[in-house]
Design a protein around this ligand. Structure first.
Ligand SMILES: Cc1cc2nc3c(=O)[nH]c(=O)nc-3n(C[C@H](O)[C@H](O)[C@H](O)COP(=O)(O)O)c2cc1C
Length: 192
């Protein structure tokens, strides 16, 4: 089945590390012939939330918002790559997620978390799971935590430890299973 997955990454720091994990998953998905789009608030220069995308009259929202809305709408699932800032998700990620709403509905998400230390961003991942549930894109059971992000991948998104290669297969198998299942279900109709 043809699938399209949006990778949502939310750090806008000039020395950000998590982009390496986002690139790792983009490569893995593309190897499976899945269409990907990277939603990156740094590249797209998304401002702090004033009005949600749905509150703008047509064509009045910034081009970046229109571009992100289209990418989210076309996606069948969302892979969220989150760092951990003070035990929660980065503000730019929350800001990005909050701009949109219907675009997420009845599609699954999967959480990749990371941090510089050994806790691998799991406290942010737990917060993110609650947020994704509220947004209408429930997250799959498995998570993909990455400790010491700065030492785990190279700049091109290659894993420096084969452990990540092995673990990503099972994680993506599960995510793609849900993504396909809900795509089939959406064709039959959605509850609201
Ligand atoms: C504002 C801020 C808060 C942070 N808080 C935590 C934290 O609570 N737990 C943790 O393990 N690392 C924390 N870190 C370290 C991050 O895990 C590390 O800088 C990581 O590379 C951030 O992701 P990014 O490089 O993609 O922005 C924090 C970093 C920043 C900038």
């Amino acid at each position: 089945m043809e699938l399209n997955i949006a990778i949502i990454y939310g750090s806008v720091r000039s020395e950000r590390q998590g982009i390496k994990a986002a690139n790792f998953f983009i490569k893995k998905l593309q190897k499976r012939k899945i269409k990907t789009s990277l939603i990156d608030p740094l590249e797209m220069k998304l401002p702090l939330l004033d009005k949600m995308y749905k509150e703008y009259n047509s064509n009045e929202a910034l081009p970046a918002m229109q571009e992100i809305s289209e990418a989210l709408s076309q996606a069948d699932g969302f892979l969220i790559v989150t760092g951990e800032y003070n035990h929660s998700i980065p503000p730019a990620l929350k800001n990005l997620l909050d701009h949109f709403q219907r675009e997420y509905f009845f599609k699954p998400s999967a959480i990749v978390s990371y941090s510089a230390g050994s806790y691998a961003g799991v406290r942010a991942a737990v917060h993110l799971r609650a947020i994704l549930g509220e947004l209408g894109t429930p997250s799959i059971s498995s998570m993909f935590p990455i400790a010491q992000i700065q030492n785990s991948f190279d700049e091109n998104g290659n894993a420096l430890d084969s452990f990540y290669e092995d673990r990503s297969k099972r994680f993506l198998d599960e995510f793609i299973w849900y993504t396909e299942a809900l795509k089939v279900a959406r064709v039959k109709g959605i509850p609201y």
